[in-house]
Design a protein around this ligand. Structure first.
Ligand code: MG
Length: 263
């Protein structure tokens, strides 16, 4: 709609990709008219949006220390406004007929007795309840905490419409553990998957590097075996954030992933 798609819709059609995740457009373009227009275009192209992702002004992924201070619902100074905005994004998703919204919640403290932990718990319940009221689920993207911490947090939220968008590359980028082990642990709550790859960083506080699928540290054979073992039926969403030629890489990713699905 504006910054909503990394590639143009005609390219999505060219790739024969049936479903997409949409990054929520800016506030001023989240109108009923825009939603109807966009939806009509998608219907004509037979493309379905499975998830609308929320993102916020001022978020920065410049390096690992900056991220907790700026991302998601964790920073106290922007929390109320972002919680309100996330609800508005859910309302916009509803206009698009989409029943899932997702976000990077931010770096939730590992210590459940930390007041910050309780505050983030409260706003997550608030957003879940707003979504529940319009028959939507909320998905948390993985990576900014270990699988154990995420499971504990979800259990503490105590809402039945809270699930996981699993991104194996993020586990590597944030050095939050082996993605295949995390997948096994989190399987019961995983509904969507980002097919993304990365190589780990050797320097503390620095990002690993996102790379084309099949050229990084994710063991894709083991990954899909774990998926099959857990009997997960998920959308596999190819995500490519780095510069380069994303279209060509998406095409290559489809070619690399498809044979593994039948192993
Ligand atoms: Mg992702």
């Amino acid at each position: 709609i504006d910054a909503g798609l990394g590639v143009r819709l005609d390219i999505v059609r060219e790739l024969v990709v049936p479903t997409i995740h949409l990054h929520a457009p800016r506030q001023e373009t989240r109108t009923k008219g825009n939603a109807e227009q966009f939806l009509a275009k998608l219907n004509e192209m037979r493309i379905e949006i499975t998830v609308v992702f929320g993102g916020f002004e001022g978020e920065s992924y410049a390096d690992i220390p900056t991220t907790p201070r700026s991302v998601g619902h964790v920073p106290p100074e922007t929390r109320a406004a972002r919680t309100q905005e996330m609800k508005e994004i859910a309302d916009f998703a509803r206009l698009l007929g989409v029943d899932v919204v997702a976000l990077h919640l931010g770096f939730v403290p590992h210590d459940a007795s930390d007041p910050l932990y309780r505050d983030v718990l409260a706003v997550t319940r608030d957003v879940c309840d707003h979504c529940k009221g319009q028959k939507q689920a909320l998905h948390l993207e993985t990576g900014q905490e270990s699988a154990d911490s995420l499971l504990q947090f979800i259990a503490h939220v105590e809402r039945d419409n809270l699930f996981i968008n699993f991104d194996p590359a993020n586990m590597i980028l944030y050095a939050m553990g082996d993605p295949v082990a995390a997948l096994r642990l989190l399987a019961a709550r995983i509904v969507q998957i980002h097919i993304k790859d990365a190589v780990a960083s050797r320097a503390a506080g620095r990002w690993g590097k996102e790379v084309a699928v099949g050229t990084g540290d994710v063991d894709w054979r083991a990954f899909f075996e774990a998926l099959r073992h857990a009997r997960l039926s998920c959308d596999l969403m190819i995500e490519r954030e780095a510069s380069g030629d994303p279209v060509d890489e998406i095409r290559q990713t489809v070619a690399r992933v498809e044979p593994l699905l039948d192993v």
